[in-house]
Design a protein. Sequence first.
Length: 234
Amino acid sequence: MHGGSRHGSRGQGRSGPRSAGARGTGSRDAGPRSAGSRDGQAKAPARPPAPLPDADRLTRLLEPVVHALGLDLEGIRVSAAGRRRLLRVTVDADGGVSLDVIATASRELSARLDGAVEMGELPYTLEVSSPGIDRPLTEPRHWRRAVGRLVVAPLSADNGHQAGNGAVSAEGRITGVTERGVTLDCDGALREYAYAELGPGRVQVEFGHLEPGDDEVTDELDDEPSDEDQAEED
């Protein structure tokens, strides 16, 4: 994959000087630490965890790459996974995205990240995926891509019906979408709602109503060779 030099330098840091030298020899196995703990001397404070990369900076970095592929960037999330970071990028398009498109996006995003500093020095895994069925409908394009699906959304009391849990909501099948709002088939009655009237919509699961694009498509790229790959190279 892209970024061979970057991966190599990070891999060396983890398996060579960084783990075995600085951490293993310098702070765990050295004599002064053992003697100090017996004499009651205070131990050196543990290093605070490195801050997570900024999602807004990553959005500005990666959004042009996603748009160049004809996709929409639906979300970026960074989380800690042990000594590494997990970067989740969600993309979508009219008609959904195929596994080939996801793979292409993974390569292009990985290349952009390899030439940038936004992810910092810690190793990370890049995961690129399409939205799952539980993605809330918050933008006109989300509603457009859910035409034909049964949805429920909160809205003002004078426009909805009283749901069983006491919340005011509208529920129906999306039959049409415009720049101003959506049309729902609510038990045979067509009702129009402006986007300003609708809260986040949720697609309802219908058994026997599976359509292409319902299953989330995911591809992961690691920023370093795995232990098995390293062993094979050695």
